[in-house]
Design a protein around this ligand. Structure first.
Ligand SMILES: Cc1ncc(COP(=O)(O)O)c(C=O)c1O
Length: 553
């Protein structure tokens, strides 16, 4: 069997062509009548017949643990509870009036309680933008746990935190150093701030060294008599690959430049000896975490943490006020408080079980013929891979990630986080169960045996597609391109034009074309190939890619 590193096409780490389950599949579990268990619901197969995959009830002991006697309740959760218990004559928003007029189609699904607690900015619930009460307490508790000087709760996801972080550090015309394969929220942040990108190019080999790229970019700017306003790095990546942030932050600080880390996938880091340190532990100035990804808050809720004294906190506050809704959801905010509280109860041991399950799964799956598992050995220049992320390669079985995913979903009802051309990524979390892990292991064994029984299976490790932006050229900065006048041209006539829109397969949301870049043959080939393979091309105004919006010259 080939080693995982020889199997892994390096682009697999930086830009997978992906097709997310989330776009096409409905939830597969629902709450039981008693509200204490989740039950499988009937699943429709392709022919429209329904069949139930498993009949057993899955108990959720972790979410049902009663509060201990002298336990201090999370401040915002507690305030929400008190307010929801009022017998108030309410003449305020939202119009469902504490659930009294909630639409029954939804209350039949989730009950009335989410509506009862969906309250507006009542004085007792504090104000997100000038917190003095329970929100301030909750944010301070979070700052203490995550090791920040200050923490802000976000209701617009990490996207909004990244936008605020870049806007707060980069004024129009200021230079931002960032890898070209950053999440698309960094691009929208540059449109908003008017920052000038100085990209470090992710070379598609395992020797890629981000710290060296940052150093080189700083030196090049120095020779031009310029200094970057900030450096932006993503760690861990969607596949869990962590950068050496300690080295990068030392480098940035030696030049007096703040480091912003997109830690969307790493809110759990630093809480267990088997885990890599968090961005803050490694000296980052601003870290933005999707608490909703690996930790247990509601989707869309994130946290922005600040450390050190290089960033102006007032500017962060102003940017967040500008970017977030004036009606932030208290369900989202209190879910952040609750997720922090859940973690703080037992931070050293809370991940023990999930880590053990992930390790067991990796060890078993790694031993299967034709299968590879992404690990630190695959990326020697990177110090760690998140132990809760499992990426399995199927290329040597002659299967694409999509084909393997189809088998795992159709035959075993296993839903992954990310599908790539030759791999699939699974996210382990605090809700992982032995039953599900066993199902994953037997599902992968089934994929192996199906492939082995297929006559003439040929290893399909895709080396044909080279990095889509190895030769990109920026003609306009993202902000100027965003506001430029535009026209639509056919794809055949787009070569050499300045791209007027952001185009990327999503997830992982890494743009292949950024507004303002000259359209290259390589980028077009990459996108057309991705589309042919079934990837969803998002953000493009014509997702079929027959036409592209370009900037007028
Ligand atoms: C690396 C990365 N950064 C940022 C984001 C944006 O996070 P959010 O969905 O919380 O806005 C994502 C989302 O998938 C991501 O993968």
């Amino acid at each position: 069997m080939l080693s995982s590193s020889s199997f892994l096409h390096p682009s697999f780490c930086h830009l997978a062509i992906v097709k997310s389950k989330n776009f096409s599949r409905s939830p597969i579990v629902c709450l039981s009548q008693d509200g204490n268990t989740i039950e499988p619901i009937k699943k429709q197969n392709k022919e429209g017949n329904s069949n139930t995959v498993t009949q057993e009830k899955v108990h959720l002991p972790k979410s049902q643990i009663p509060q201990k006697k002298d336990e201090k309740p999370p401040p915002l959760v507690s305030a929400l509870k008190t307010l929801a218990e009022q017998n108030a004559a309410s003449f305020h928003f939202p119009g469902h009036n504490r659930g009294r007029a909630a639409p029954s189609s939804l209350t039949r699904l989730i009950g009335v309680k989410p509506f009862l607690h969906d309250l507006p900015e009542l004085p007792e619930l504090d104000n997100l933008f000038s917190p003095e009460g329970p929100i301030l307490d909750a944010q301070q508790e979070a700052a203490k746990l995550f090791g920040a000087l200050e923490t802000w709760f976000l209701v617009g996801g990490t996207t909004c935190g990244i936008q605020a972080a870049i806007m707060a550090t980069c004024s129009p015309g200021d230079v931002l150093i960032l890898p070209r394969n950053s999440h698309l929220s960094a691009v929208s942040a540059m449109v908003l701030s008017g920052a000038v990108p100085k990209y470090i190019i992710p070379e598609y080999d395992v020797e890629w060294d981000i710290a060296a790229g940052v150093e080189m970019a700083i030196q090049e700017l120095k020779m031009e008599g310029r200094k970057p306003a900030a450096v932006f790095v993503t760690s861990p990546t969607y596949h869990g690959i962590c950068s050496n942030l300690r080295e990068i932050s030392q480098l940035c600080h030696s030049h007096g430049v703040p480091l912003i880390v997109d830690e969307a996938h790493g809110a759990h880091l630093g809480f267990h000896p088997q885990m890599p340190d968090s961005a803050l532990q490694q000296g980052t100035d601003l870290a933005v975490q999707s608490t909703h990804k690996v930790l247990c808050s509601l989707t869309q809720s994130s946290m922005l943490h600040m450390s050190g004294n290089l960033v102006d906190r007032e500017k962060i506050c102003q940017c967040l006020q500008m970017l977030q809704s004036t009606s932030p959801s208290y369900l989202l905010l209190s879910s952040l408080d609750a997720a922090r509280h859940q973690l703080s109860e037992n931070p050293e041991a809370i991940f023990d079980e999930a880590l053990q399950m992930a390790l067991d799964a990796k060890n078993t799956i790694r031993g299967l013929p034709g299968i590879s598992v992404l690990d630190s050995l695959s990326f020697p220049k990177f110090p760690a891979v998140d132990p809760l992320r499992l990426t399995i390669g199927f290329g040597w079985l002659g299967l694409s990630g999509y084909e393997a995913d189809e088998i795992l979903y159709e035959d075993h009802e296993i839903i992954c986080e990310l599908v790539g051309t030759s791999s699939i990524t699974f996210a382990f979390n605090l809700g992982a169960s032995r039953e599900h892990v066993d199902r994953l292991v037997s599902g992968v064994k089934h994929v192996v045996s199906s492939a082995a029984s297929t006559q003439g299976a040929v290893a399909r490790v895709d080396h044909s597609i080279s990095a889509p932006f190895a030769d990109f050229e920026t003609s306009l900065i993202p902000r100027d391109a965003f506001f430029a006048s535009k026209r639509r041209v056919s794809i055949e006539n787009s070569l050499g034009e300045v791209c007027g829109e952001l185009i990327c397969p999503y997830p992982p949301g890494i743009p292949v074309m950024i507004p303002g870049e000259t359209i290259t043959e390589r980028a077009l080939d990459y996108l057309l190939d991705a589309r042919k393979k079934g990837a969803m091309i998002s953000r493009a105004s014509d997702p079929q890619l027959s036409t592209i919006v370009v900037c007028n010259k």
